[in-house]
Design a protein around this ligand. Structure first.
Ligand code: ADP
Length: 482
């Protein structure tokens, strides 16, 4: 396998042109594993954002009104180009985001699956004819909502974007994208392939900026933009919702989580440990659906914690570009500070460190995969999303208590539990206040199922046959005088 550095596109993309910032300013993008500067992207502001919105508006009629089959053909070509270029795109992710290459390849395939899915779903938009009075016919049409905007995070810099652009384009919408300032290269590479696949100028536009605030303001306040889709923190989601309120802009929000993973004493413990490792240490725990709290029934708690610690301790930490590495660096120094704060707080509340617990000898933002035992529910790590490779094990005695602890959070994205009792599986799945529940399975995300949260974890769903709805408006047409 070649160790060559991929090349990076150092321009933004507006109206079909690869452009610099009006001011000529740019900002650097770094590799979190090495600290090296990978390249620069334009540091844009309100004016460029407005131009991108206007380009999306100009492109809208011809994209929206062309046959869904033609849109699907372009999107299918885009999917093929992405998959043909999987290795290069994966290397871009690893370089700017840090995750192990194997995971980065998985992210490319996962994101591409949404493009393919929505190419198909875009051909299956149906309306209704509703029974009315004798002299009239009542029709329900579903139409593309119009110009949309996406603000995406750094943890899945390619897939989070593919999921949004796929749905928008499939529905006949056009889009302005603002990728995370830490990871713009994956977005630019993905959109360049959309252009090569034949997406007309202005259908997708990418604006890059060091400071997201003015861009976010323009995207929410500009009346041309009819819908905003955001993946990121609950805190920023709240700001964007407030801004969007003035514009009565439709919003989809995929926000923070605080996922519980419950292990009941009747569980297959081996499977629970394997699932726990996969959900906790994938992407170094920097996933909004990563299990954040491990609730384990007292009788099996020690055995589970010990096995989890053995597995976590065996994970190789290092630069994600190196073969065999399972855990890459955290994205930035502030992420390490949070992990350390959560561990120190848990220990001060009586938790013990079974494995890890400290920065990795590699330095930088590398952190040891960590398991904490006997963590009380008062600990900070129980309340807040850690977004790092730390698994706190918390004991419970009864099913009732497990459900109460699991739901004791304002978040409601994903939850997991392990049990072999069918009645319990239904009982618990129905009572967990989360948008997604994995039962005896921790890798649950797929383009065919609805992804999204309840409570402070968000609004709307991405993927599945429901995912297009967020990009469509219903129109009721009353046909009278019949
Ligand atoms: P994370 O916790 O994943 O870093 P953030 O919510 O801070 O999540 O960032 C997710 C995305 O939101 C990024 O693209 C970032 O640039 C953008 N963002 C952050 N703050 C704002 C803001 N005030 N307005 C608009 N976008 C923002």
């Amino acid at each position: 396998m070649s160790e060559t550095q991929p090349s990076f596109i150092e321009r933004a993309f507006i109206g079909g042109d690869w452009v610099e910032a009006d001011s000529g300013a740019s900002f650097p993008v770094h590799n979190p594993a090495t600290g090296a500067t990978l390249g620069h992207v334009p540091d844009m502001g309100v004016d460029e954002t407005r131009r991108a919105i206007e380009a999306a508006e100009r492109a809208l009629p011809m994209w929206r009104d062309r046959p869904a089959k033609e849109r699907a053909q372009i999107m299918r070509r885009w999917f093929d180009l992405v998959m043909a270029d999987q290795e290069r795109l994966a290397r871009i992710i690893t370089a700017e985001q840090g995750k192990p290459l194997a995971e980065a390849r998985g992210e490319i395939a996962y994101g591409a699956a949404y493009i393919d899915w929505f190419a198909e779903e875009g051909r299956r938009v149906y309306g209704d004819i509703v029974a009315g009075a004798m002299d009239r016919r009542l029709l329900v049409l579903k139409q593309a909502i119009g110009v949309t905007a996406a603000i995406t995070p750094w943890n899945f810099p390619s897939a989070m974007l593919a999921r949004k652009v796929g749905a928008a384009l499939g529905a006949g919408c056009t889009m302005v994208v603002k990728p995370a300032e830490l990871t713009p290269f994956s977005a630019l590479a993905l959109i360049e392939l959309a252009q090569r696949a034949g997406a007309p100028a202005g259908v997708v536009n990418v604006v890059t900026a060091r400071d997201p605030v003015p861009i976010g303001q323009e995207l929410t306040r500009n009346p041309i933009v009819r819908k905003l889709t955001f993946t990121g923190s609950t805190e920023v989601g709240r700001i964007l919702l407030r801004q969007a309120a003035d514009n009565i802009q439709k919003c989809s929000m995929e926000l923070g989580g605080n996922a519980p993973l419950i292990v009941f004493e009747d569980a297959d413990l081996e499977r629970a440990v394997t699932g726990a490792v996969a959900t906790k240490y994938r992407n170094g725990g920097q996933t909004c659906i990563s299990a954040n709290r491990f609730l384990v029934q007292r009788r099996v708690a020690d055995a589970f914690a010990r096995r989890l610690a053995d597995s976590a301790g065996a994970l190789k930490v290092g630069d994600g570009a190196q073969e065999g590495v399972a855990v890459g660096p955290l994205i930035e120094p502030a992420a390490v500070d949070k992990v350390e704060r959560h561990i120190a707080d848990a220990v001060s509340h009586g938790a013990t460190v079974l494995v890890g617990g400290a920065r990795h000898p590699l330095g930088g933002t590398f952190f040891e995969p960590t398991v904490l035992a006997n963590v009380p529910s008062e600990a900070l790590i129980f309340q807040e999303e850690t977004f790092g490779p730390v698994a706190p094990v918390i004991h419970f005695d009864t099913e009732e208590e497990a459900i109460r602890l699991a739901n004791a959070t304002p978040y409601g994205l994903a939850a997991y539990f392990y049990s072999r009792d069918v009645a319990r599986i239904f009982r618990v799945a129905e009572r967990l206040e989360f948008g997604m529940v994995g039962v005896n399975e921790s890798l649950i995300s797929t383009e065919v199922a609805p992804f999204g949260g309840v409570k402070h974890s968000g609004l709307g769903r991405e993927g599945s046959r429901y995912g297009l709805d967020d990009y469509l408006e219903m129109k009721y047409v009353c046909l009278g005088g019949m």
